[in-house]
Design a protein around this ligand. Sequence first.
Ligand SMILES: Cc1ncc(COP(=O)(O)O)c(C=O)c1O
Length: 379
Amino acid sequence: MANPKISTIPSPCFVLEEKKLRKNLKLLQRVRAKADVEIILAFKAFANWKIFPIIREYLDGATASSLWEARLCLEEMGSLAHTYAPAYLPEEFDQIIKRSSYITFNSLTQFKTFYPKIKAFKKRKINCGLRINPEYSEVETELYNPCAPGSRLGELWTNIGTKLPEGINGLHFHNLCESDSYALEKTLKNIEKYFGHLLPQIEWINMGGGHLITKKGYDVAHLIKILKAFKKKHQLKITLEPGSAIAWQTGFLRTSVLDITENKGIKTAILDASFTAHMPDTLEMPYRPDVQGTVEKSDYPYRLGGVSCLAGDYLENYYFKKPLKVGDPIILEDMMHYTMVKTTMFNGVKHPDFAVIDLEGILTVLRKFTYQDFKRRLG
Ligand SMILES: Cc1ncc(COP(=O)(O)O)c(C=O)c1O
């Protein structure tokens, strides 16, 4: 079925396309089965819980970075979370235990602080992990590089010694970002080099996220091969917790042109959405979204301007096939991962709705934001 006409979609609105999401999930499910690994969704990238029933059909659960995400996991995914946070709040830890099957600590001191509580929890087994820092990453943007010198994320091998403390039965690393299987292969070499003596002491290893398995050109067969080889060699349960790969290229942000300004020859189309409030990665990373209807070069270049008053709330050099006018729809592609989880209500700008286009091509708006949502956040 064809997608609904853009004019029938409210503006601004994040729109998830179920068909594309299922295509990603099917591929991940294949990796999961062929490599005999566990694949869970990293909520930090995508946590629109009304979509969890679809995700649950294909994956094994989710990873949480906080008590609230662990709670969402149990309430809406229906499973106990694999929880990891750079540090836990003492007053929340009992509640985290109740909602997690795996708890990973960022440091040995955090493990020592909280392990007595886990030991005292008799209802079921909690798997305790330690995050390690493999000191290898191909991520060039410092903001996204967990292995940058001085990083606070994960223990270095030099801090651990030859024996893991009693109670730790797994290791966790996360050093990739939108990476390929060859970056993982090099990482695993470092893991063996620096942490190889610890591998016989554990039962499971969590290889974090950043595996962009659903990107065109990703060498899925190579990934399956290296996962199987690592599993066979070390006899470990393997977990992958991608976020981006699940929601990669599964939807768009529909916006509209509100005005067109001109300053020293630069034309800016001001949208009814904001880069800083609704697409922060476009400024932080920076990540440049494709925009429908644009070409490499034309006589109609525009800046796309956000509706907030932040001076830098814009992206530039988008070339349209024809001049823009007020009311035109502007469709920003690939806007599902790390968007809705990160949005703010900065400036009180209208927050985009969230809608889904189902397999029949029918659009359903799942969430509309109101003035009350804005007001309640602030008092
Ligand atoms: C510990 C951990 N796991 C998983 C992920 C998900 O990574 P991605 O969305 O790049 O797959 C992240 C992202 O920052 C992370 O920090």
